[in-house]
Design a protein around this ligand. Sequence first.
Ligand SMILES: [Zn+2]
Length: 300
Amino acid sequence: MCSRRHFLKTLATALAAAPAVSLGGAGGTPVRPLPDGFTVLRRGVGTFRAQGGTIGWLIRNGALVVVDTQSPKTAPDCWSGLRDRTDEALDLVINTHHHGDHTGGNRVFAEHTDRIVAHENVPALMRQSAGDEASKTYPTETFETEWAETVGDETIALRYHGPAHTRGDAIIHFEKANVVHVGDLVFNRAYPYIDVQAGADSQNWIAELEAIYGRCTDDTIIIHGHANPEFGPAGNRNDLLVMRDFLAALNEYVQQQRQAGASLDEMKQKEALEGFEGFQFDWALSLGACIEAVYREQEG
Ligand SMILES: [Zn+2]
């Protein structure tokens, strides 16, 4: 039995073991070195990795924005690293979705801004999720399908395209930098968490990945919520199709096994799906959990 609490603990442990991403990247030359875990991507947008979902940030021309907040333990390190770089006020925080490894540090950042933006389903999903209610800091603003705002000289656009990883996933587009934070819509070359209890829909997830792919260019940098350390949390739009292909293969496998009369336990004996053997590494999530999630989905 893998409880939500156990999942988060093991996920955090696995991510802590992942090496920090080195400084540098396309077009990003920092004025002075950034602390461990920080990476500059392009036009003032970068990432911070420690434990939990990848944090995205924007520091540029008077703008300071944070996407996702990890945990109360790591958020202070992120904040102090950002504060080293700029004295600007924190304009706003955006949550890609409600999971605790993406919103757990909200209260750390809420000391510096009164704006936390997320999809309109996020507050309810946070309320129904495990964890001490007093430790949760909720979004202050929500949106239904689209939200956009100019901050400094960057335009940030949020979109929601229906249930996928959860039923509250926002896709965050730094339009001028051409960087997209997809949250947990991509576990880059790693088994994903399919949160059926929170309304996950792997079929719509597939469609959504294709829609995002269509809005990106070959030059778009994609920030992933989680990643196989061999590939890292920043990549390009082709990563979206790898995730799509895995979800499609997973659905096909479960469908075929059901038609063949296999039990769930029998289905879960599968070691790896063909073409996705690399998703198996020292990682808290398993193919068996993915199979069970899709099995539950197909059961309705
Ligand atoms: Zn998640």
